[in-house]
Design a protein around this ligand. Structure first.
Ligand SMILES: [Zn+2]
Length: 116
């Protein structure tokens, strides 16, 4: 098998693995959020991810820092699990983007070989 074909197989396998991982994490997030007892009909995660006003005299929205989010979620183990899975899914989606670009590059290299 050529080096290019080996690269293509590796990239395709990684693409599939990441898609499975993202689907699995999405399921975990749904289950965890479904188990949250909720406050005012809102999960702790939904609250923690909402922007807050940083100053009263100059109302400017900003997002909570990771430490603030961790504090907000310390009251709910289900939302802590959901938040962890959301962060893992974010990383997996970023990795999926990298693999997709690799597949595009492999496809371009294969197309050049086919034309040569
Ligand atoms: Zn919760």
């Amino acid at each position: 098998m050529s080096a290019l074909a080996q690269k293509a197989l590796t990239a395709c396998a990684e693409h599939t693995r990441l898609k499975w991982e993202i689907t699995k994490l999405t399921g975990q997030i749904g289950l965890a959020l479904g188990a949250c007892p909720k406050v005012d009909d809102e999960t702790h995660v939904a609250r923690a991810y909402k922007p807050v006003c940083s100053a009263e005299e100059w109302p400017e929205e900003r997002y909570r820092t990771p430490a603030e989010i961790a504090l907000d979620l310390s009251y709910c183990e289900h939302c802590q699990a959901a938040h962890a899975a959301i962060q893992q899914r974010k990383a997996a989606r970023k990795q999926l983007g990298i693999v997709r670009r690799q597949i595009t590059a492999i496809g371009k290299a294969a197309a050049k070989l086919a034309c040569a």
